[in-house]
Design a protein around this ligand. Structure first.
Ligand SMILES: [Ca+2]
Length: 559
C-alpha cells in the first residue's frame, strides 16, 4: 500500500501558524489540504510504566522524557486496555478494546480476525499522509509478523530480545525469548536455553536496537522534512522502542546512573487478601530468564538487580528518545508536529509478589501518555482525567483535522481533545481494561476504585467473581474490598454490564503448515532475518499470555 502525496499545489502556510489555524477552526472536521496538516510522531515504548521523573518517581533518571512531557500534557490517570504487548498495540492502532475484537493473545492475527480493519496509520494515509514505522510497533513474534497493510513503506524491523555478552546466551546459543520474538523454533521453545534477565556491557547505544531505531528515526525525519518542504506531504511516523521490556540489556553507563541501594523495593509482596485465585499470577515471563528460579521465591539481591535493570533500561530508552526529539527541533519540525508518547502497559516490579505484566492490577495497567500538540496543548500541563489507549486514535484524528475513525472495527475510544484544552474537562468517568486468564477479567477503573469481574463470555453473571480495590484507603491493593462494599460493586458492575458481551477468545488456529516470511532491512550492516514457523499448537513457552492456539486447556473452560 502506498500513501498518496496529495496537494502539491496546495497553498503553503507558514509552519508555525499551521496548528493554530487548524485548532482555531470551529470544526476539526472541516476539510483541510494535506499540505496544511500537522505531522504526527507516535513514540511507543515497550513495558514502560510511569516510573519517570515527571510522574514523581525520584529514583528515575529520565531527563529527556521529563522534558518531553513538559512540552505538552501529561496524563496522570492513563490506562492500557490489556496488559500484554500484542493486544495492547492492537487496541492503540484500532481504537478497539480486545473484548470487542477478540484480539487477546500474543499470537492473535489481526487480519485473520478483523480483515478489513482500518488502523490509525491507514486512516492517516487515506488523508494524504506518508506513514512509516520503525522498531516495535505491532508485536512481532509468537507467530505474528506485524501489519504490512498499516504503513505506506516497509517496516524497519529490529530486535526486541537482544544480547551482546556471550555469557547471556550460553556462548551464543539461540535463547527461548529470542526465538519467540523472531518466530523461530516455535514448536520446541522449551528445549532452548534461557537467556539472561539482564546484561550491562560497555557498549555504544547503537549496539542495541533502540539506539539503531533512534538513529533511523532521525534519518526518516530528515527525509520527511525535505519531502514536506518539497511537496507539502505530512508524515505519520511511528517509532517503537523496546526497553524496558526484558531482558534488561543496556549499556553499562545507564546502569551506573543508578545507585542500586537507593532504588524502591516492593513493599507488599502477597496477592491481595481475599482475592480470587483467577486473578493471581505465578511466575510467567520472568521465569523465561536466568537466573530467575523457575519456581520459588526470587532472592533479595536478584530483586534489586532486576529493579536496577528496569530503571537502567528506562534511562537508556530515555536517552534514545532524546536524540529523536533533538532532531525534531534541529529540523524545525517541532512547531508543526504532534508528538504522542505511549507505554504499551505497566509493569510489576515485585509488588503483590508479581513480576512483569499480564494482570488486571494497577501496576500492570497504568501507563504514561504525553500528548504535545503545538498551539493546542499548554506546555507543562497535566490532567487527572482518565484516558485509555483506544482514545489516542480518535484524538489524533481530531487534532489533525481528519474525520473521526469509523471502523469497520468497533471504535471504543473517545477523543481527548477537550481534556487537552482544559485539564479539568472530563471525557470519560472510567477506564476499561481486560485480561484473560482461566477466566476473562474485565475491569472498570474510576478515579477511586477498580472493579474486576472474572467471568467468561456467555457465563451467567451470577457465576462472576469480583475484586474491588479502593485506591483512596488502600493504594497498594493489599485487600479485596468487594465483600464489604456490595453497593459499590453493584454500581460498577452495572457500568461493566453496559459494555457489549465480550468476544470469546478465538479458537481459530493458523494453518500450521503456513510459513510466513518478512524481510527486514540490514541493521548495522548485518541482515536480520525474521522467519515465522507458525506451529501454534505446540507453542508453549513462559512469557506468553493465553491466546489462540495456546493454553488450550484454559480455552476449553470458555464457551
Ligand atoms: Ca509490552
Amino acid at each position: 500500500m502506498t500513501s498518496s502525496t496529495s496537494s502539491p499545489q496546495a497553498p503553503v502556510v507558514p509552519m508555525k501558524k499551521l496548528l493554530a489555524i487548524l485548532f482555531a477552526a470551529s470544526s476539526f472536521l472541516s476539510p483541510v489540504h494535506a499540505a496544511d496538516k500537522p505531522n504526527v510522531l507516535l513514540i511507543l515504548v515497550d513495558d514502560l510504566k510511569p516510573a519517570l521523573g515527571c510522574y514523581g518517581d525520584s529514583a528515575a533518571k529520565t531527563p529527556n522524557l521529563d522534558a518531553l512531557a513538559a512540552r505538552g500534557m501529561r496524563f496522570d490517570r492513563a490506562y492500557c486496555n490489556q496488559a500484554v504487548c500484542a493486544p495492547s498495540r492492537f487496541t492503540l492502532m484500532l481504537g478497539s478494546h480486545s473484548t470487542s475484537t477478540g484480539l487477546y493473545g500474543l499470537g492473535s492475527q489481526l487480519r485473520d480476525i478483523v480483515p478489513n480493519a482500518v488502523t490509525m496509520p491507514q486512516h492517516f494515509a487515506k488523508h494524504g499522509y506518508r506513514t512509516e514505522s520503525l522498531g516495535k510497533i505491532f508485536h512481532i513474534g509468537h507467530g505474528n509478523n506485524g501489519d504490512a497493510q498499516s504503513f505506506g513503506v516497509p517496516h524497519f524491523a529490529d530486535k526486541v530480545i537482544e544480547y551482546l555478552d556471550p555469557a547471556s546466551t550460553d556462548g551464543g546459543k539461540l535463547t527461548r525469548e529470542e526465538a519467540l520474538f523472531t518466530n523461530q523454533e516455535l514448536g520446541r521453545i522449551k528445549s532452548l536455553p534461557r537467556g539472561a534477565a539482564f546484561e550491562s556491557p560497555r557498549a555504544k547505544d547503537t549496539d542495541y536496537a533502540d539506539g539503531r531505531v533512534a538513529a533511523e528515526t532521525v534519518r526518516r525525519l530528515e527525509a520527511a522534512k525535505a519531502r514536506r518542504d518539497r511537496d507539502g506531504t505530512p508524515f505519520f511516523i511511528a517509532s517503537g522502542f523496546v526497553r524496558p521490556h526484558m531482558p534488561f540489556s543496556a549499556p553499562k553507563r545507564y546502569w551506573d546512573l543508578h545507585d542500586p541501594a537507593k532504588l524502591p523495593m516492593p513493599k507488599f509482596e502477597a496477592f491481595p487478601k481475599d482475592s480470587p485465585t483467577a486473578a493471581h499470577k505465578h511466575g510467567g515471563e520472568i521465569t523465561a530468564y536466568k537466573p530467575v528460579p523457575v519456581a520459588g521465591k526470587i532472592g533479595e539481591q536478584l530483586k534489586r538487580d532486576l529493579i536496577h535493570g528496569y530503571y537502567a533500561s528506562a534511562s537508556f530508552v530515555d536517552a534514545q528518545i532524546g536524540k529523536v526529539i533533538q532532531a525534531l527541533d534541529r529540523l524545525e519540525l517541532a512547531d508543526n508536529t504532534i508528538i504522542v508518547l505511549w507505554g504499551d502497559h505497566g509493569f510489576h516490579l515485585g509488588d503483590l509478589g508479581i513480576w512483569t505484566k499480564h494482570t488486571n492490577y494497577e501496576q500492570a495497567n497504568r501507563i504514561p501518555i504525553f500528548i504535545i500538540a503545538p498551539g493546542f496543548t499548554k506546555p507543562g500541563s497535566s490532567t487527572m482525567q482518565l484516558a485509555e489507549s483506544v482514545d489516542i486514535y480518535p484524538t489524533l484524528a481530531e487534532l489533525a483535522g481528519l474525520p473521526l475513525p469509523l471502523g469497520p472495527q468497533s471504535i471504543d475510544g473517545v477523543s481527548l481533545a477537550a481534556t487537552l484544552k482544559d485539564p479539568a474537562a472530563r471525557v470519560r468517568d472510567h477506564a476499561y481494561h481486560a485480561y484473560p486468564k482461566a477466566k476473562l477479567g474485565r475491569a472498570i477503573r474510576t478515579a477511586r476504585y477498580r472493579l474486576v469481574e472474572w467471568r467468561n463470555p456467555g457465563e451467567p453473571i451470577a457465576t462472576a467473581q469480583y475484586e474491588l480495590y479502593d485506591y483512596q484507603s488502600d493504594p497498594h491493593e493489599t485487600r479485596n474490598h468487594a465483600a464489604d462494599n456490595p453497593q459499590i460493586v453493584k454500581r460498577l458492575a452495572a457500568t461493566l454490564a453496559a459494555y457489549p458481551e465480550p468476544t470469546p477468545r478465538s479458537r481459530k488456529r493458523r494453518n500450521q503448515k503456513a510459513g510466513v516470511e518478512a524481510v527486514s532491512p540490514a541493521i548495522t550492516n548485518q541482515p536480520l532475518s525474521i522467519v515465522a514457523e507458525v506451529n501454534a499448537k505446540k507453542t508453549g513457552a513462559p512469557g506468553c499470555c493465553p491466546g489462540p492456539g495456546r493454553k488450550s486447556a484454559r480455552q476449553k473452560k470458555g464457551p
